[in-house]
Write a protein that binds this ligand. Structure first.
Ligand code: PLP
Length: 431
């Protein structure tokens, strides 16, 4: 089912022709389809519905837009957060604190305190010392922090090196071999309510085999921990399922993923948590852009668009592929390199691509930009953060403003400026 399709030769998001959005808010602009979001959100939960007490925590880092989060919250999603800023976004979107899971290898004391005081449902511990600090912070507040231990199962997710996280050399989680003894020590801490295990082996995973291997290792660990007398009630299986960026990409189906999970976990007797990100929002967004120039070169032409690596960093970061298509294709094609205006050779969206013929002033899109698109925006080259629009049938709404350089506190700093500690990012000592 596609929510971005041509009607009378014009690319539409649901029932809205994309040129209308370009006229209303300018380009570049991230455009989301509410229908596509609902479809992907429901497909994921219904595939896994038969598992006992499954819980779904959307990985906010994939798309932190408030309208996206509210839509997902209405469909039963909690949140997987990795910072205090994401905690604020989750709560602002109406997600119950109990449905928030806090992952991340460098949570500051300030962030741990804020999450404790908000009463979040689960802390995913990434090292033993973090458990000690969290226990102490919780005890001082008369609380016990609900927690699981994130384990590194030493499995290569088979994905891009920069987004694989479950290999032994990764910074995430604790070594699975030492996990049982560490669990024994952490379980003794008064301020912790240690309930189980978490893992997340990487992103854009295209093969179920590494996931299955990792899950089986976790299953063996659960048995070992129970043999040591621990009560294990939760396992968090992370996220990571890939989506099709190239027409020829083949991804595991949700049905196959669900039956693998059911097969591997049937006798675990725990509540499972899933942390999907990309698979929920990735295909629900496009980046709408306008061609500034078609620049001739000896080799082949450059299509220079008004979107850049600050709007969509994945190609520059991971050599990622995003399909490029004209909004009003006329049947002609060309071979070109597609580039943005930023002064970096790496600001390239595609090399030697066979694409729709475009000319100066034409509108075009990059497909599948709903995850890790706007989420990774920067103001490099003093470019604004691009606006975001949500389409729902024949209506559309601005859900993220174009933010100019001057709005982002880039003024010269005055000497006696007070800094909001929550915004400073500073590591603060425990209160
Ligand atoms: C990024 C991340 C996710 C989501 O990954 P996707 O590939 O977008 O599904 C889930 N859990 C953790 C801990 C993450 O860091």
């Amino acid at each position: 089912m596609s929510f971005f399709d041509y009607r009378d030769g014009v690319l539409c998001a649901e029932d809205v022709a994309l040129p209308m959005i370009a006229d209303a808010v300018g380009t570049p602009v991230h455009v989301y389809s509410a229908g596509a979001l609902r479809h992907a959100a429901d497909a994921f939960t219904s595939a896994l519905r038969d598992l006992p007490s499954a819980r779904f925590a959307f990985a906010i880092k994939a798309n932190p837009n408030g309208a996206v989060l509210r839509l997902l919250a209405q469909r039963g999603y909690g949140a997987d957060i990795v910072s205090g800023g994401e905690l604020r976004r989750a709560l602002d979107a109406g997600i119950a604190p109990a449905d928030v899971v806090f992952s991340g290898v460098g949570k500051t004391d300030r962030e741990l305190i804020d999450a404790l005081e908000a009463g979040i449902g689960q802390f995913n511990l990434e090292l033993e010392e973090e458990g000690g600090v969290l226990a102490q912070l919780a005890r001082r507040r008369g609380k016990r922090a609900p927690a699981v231990l994130r384990v590194n199962p030493d499995v290569d997710g088979g994905t891009h090196a920069k987004i694989t996280t479950g290999w032994r050399t990764s910074k995430f989680g604790v070594d699975i071999a030492g996990a049982p003894d560490m669990y024994d020590r952490l379980a003794k801490l008064d301020g912790l309510d240690l309930q189980g295990i978490a893992l997340h082996i990487g992103s854009q995973i295209s093969d179920l085999e590494p996931l299955e291997t990792a899950y089986r290792r976790i299953g063996a660990l659960v048995l070992e921990l129970r043999a040591r007398g621990h009560t294990i009630t939760r396992v968090d299986l992370g996220g990571g399922l890939g989506i099709t960026y190239r027409p020829e990409d083949v991804m595991p189906s949700l049905a196959d993923y669900a039956s693998m999970v059911a097969r591997v976990t049937h006798d675990w007797n725990v509540s499972l948590t899933f942390e999907p990100g990309r698979i929920i929002t990735g295909l629900a967004g496009v980046l709408l852009t306008r061609v500034i120039w078609v620049k001739p070169s000896q080799h082949r032409p450059f299509v220079i668009v008004d979107a850049a690596m600050n709007d969509l960093a994945r190609p520059a970061l991971y050599d990622a592929y995003h399909r490029f298509a004209a909004v009003r294709p006329d049947g002609r094609t060309m071979v070109a390199d597609i580039a943005g205006p930023v002064c970096e050779t790496g600001d390239i969206f595609g090399v030697d691509r066979a694409i729709d013929q475009v000319d100066r002033g034409d509108l075009a899109v990059f497909h599948a930009t709903g995850a890790y698109g706007a989420a990774m925006a920067s103001i490099y080259n003093s470019r604004p953060i691009s606006p975001q629009v949500m389409v729902d049938e024949d209506r559309f709404e601005l859900v993220g403003d174009r933010t100019m350089f001057s709005d982002l506190s880039m003024r010269p700093q005055r000497k006696s400026r007070t800094v909001d500690p929550a915004l400073s990012g500073a590591v603060r000592q425990a209160a």
